[in-house]
Ligand binder design. Structure first.
Ligand SMILES: NC(=O)c1ccc[n+]([C@@H]2O[C@H](COP(=O)([O-])OP(=O)(O)OC[C@H]3O[C@@H](n4cnc5c(N)ncnc54)[C@H](OP(=O)(O)O)[C@@H]3O)[C@@H](O)[C@H]2O)c1
Length: 366
């Protein structure tokens, strides 16, 4: 392996891209060599705020992909562009970081998976909470048999996705955002899967889903701003703000996962893991490893309690991915794995139409 730094192209120069750029800049084995986006001003703004010099800026993605020395492409555009962006990057032989949600339909996911498999490139999907310190601690405790065999997990995405987010104009629409679970709740679904398998580096495989949707925000031209503790007029959501899914896995474990955009409170993503020898509720542990335990053991750590991308552990994700690329390993959070998380989202949508449980894999993946 040569000591040449891997070259990175970041595509879609908005909010999350700034964090991808920071993480690749900090990794000693990578260098951001190009940024592309719809507008050159956005590329320039991201380059300047990161203090990057000599970085190439493009508004043409194909030309950016052809820039000399690009090994990794970070796809940070809005979700409706991810499938095309990933298929093009794979066609150009690049390793790919894919922002969630990976796609707007199962057919798009199928095409992406076929393209990256054919190209033999590595992928990681930004289910970035897998690198959150609480998540890493819980996963290590599970692998250490702290709660025995996991039989039930819960995870809840509780956050008012609203007009504070630059992507809300498109993301609130049925056509481009599709559903609350797709736009944001997929983080909670991924968490529930991640903890439903006690083995390190492995998430449970969903085999059946039943879901309801409801809430109060769909069509309502008002939203709550928790920074100001105030209500204000806002363009309405075109889909339900509340989704609750029950998931059964191939290992027999079950999950309950919710996406709740209607909650009047600051961001939280609580997780609970129930095992045959103990229980974990966020950072509180009850375990057979503590004989005579009389109260919950609190672990002082960083919880997933901020929606700000600067709070998200992108450094851990990118360092992991660079290691995967350099050592020819598949990430535990690859596109193939993320398809399983997204399949719960798409199965939930089918439940709302049929009122019936949906078996997985989805027909597109049989
Ligand atoms: N993993 C996480 O925790 C996390 C957190 C936040 C967001 N995300 C995801 O990241 C993605 C981007 O979200 P964001 O919050 O960064 O959104 P954003 O701030 O709106 O940024 C999106 C960027 O993509 C550019 N863009 C839009 N259409 C384009 C096109 N057709 N071709 C090229 N560039 C285009 C925009 O263009 P210009 O500025 O050039 O006009 C903008 O800079 C979404 O999928 C979102 O769900 C993930």
């Amino acid at each position: 392996m040569s000591d040449r730094k891997l070259g990175v192209l970041v595509h879609g120069a908005g909010w999350v891209a700034g964090e991808h750029i920071k993480a690749f800049k900090n990794n000693p084995r990578t260098r951001v060599v190009a940024i592309s986006s719809r507008r050159l001003e956005s590329c320039r703004a991201r380059a300047e705020e990161a203090g990057l010099e000599g970085v190439a800026l493009y508004t043409d993605y194909e030309r950016a992909l052809a820039h000399e020395g690009v090994d990794i492409v970070s796809v940070c555009t809005p979700q409706q562009h991810h499938a095309d962006n990933v298929v093009a990057a794979a066609g150009a032989g690049k390793h790919i970081v894919i922002e969630k949600p990976v796609a707007n339909t199962p057919a798009e996911m199928r095409a992406m998976l076929d393209a990256v498999t054919k190209a033999g490139v590595r992928t990681v999907v930004s289910f970035v909470l897998r690198w959150n310190p609480l998540f890493e601690t819980v996963k290590a405790l599970l692998a250490d048999d702290a709660v025995g065999d996991v039989y039930y997990t819960e995870a809840d995405y509780q956050h008012d996705i609203a007009s504070w987010w630059a992507g809300y104009g498109e993301g609130r629409t049925k056509e481009l955002g599709v559903s609350a679970a797709l736009v944001a709740g997929c983080h909670a679904i991924d968490a529930a899967r991640w903890f439903a398998d006690k083995e390190a580096g492995r998430a449970a495989v969903p085999v059946e889903v039943f879901a309801y949707s409801g809430g109060w925000r769909k069509g309502r031209e008002v939203e709550y701003d928790y920074f100001k503790n105030a209500w204000k007029p806002a363009p309405p959501l075109e889909y339900d703000d509340l989704e609750v899914a029950l998931v059964r896995y191939s290992n027999g474990a079950l999950s309950k996962v919710s996406t709740n955009y209607g909650c009047v409170m600051p961001y939280m993503l609580p997780v609970e893991v129930f095992g045959t020898r103990g229980t974990i509720k966020d950072n509180r542990v009850w375990s057979h490893k503590f004989p005579g335990q009389r109260g919950w053991v609190d672990i002082p750590t960083i919880l997933p309690e901020s929606a700000d991308v600067s709070h998200h552990p992108f450094q851990g994700e990118m360092d992991h991915f660079v290691d995967c690329v350099l050592n020819g390993r598949e990430s535990h959070c690859s596109l193939a794995d993320a398809v399983l998380t997204h399949s719960v989202v798409f199965a939930s949508l089918r439940c709302y139409e049929t009122g019936q449980p949906v078996r997985l894999p989805l027909p597109e993946f049989l």
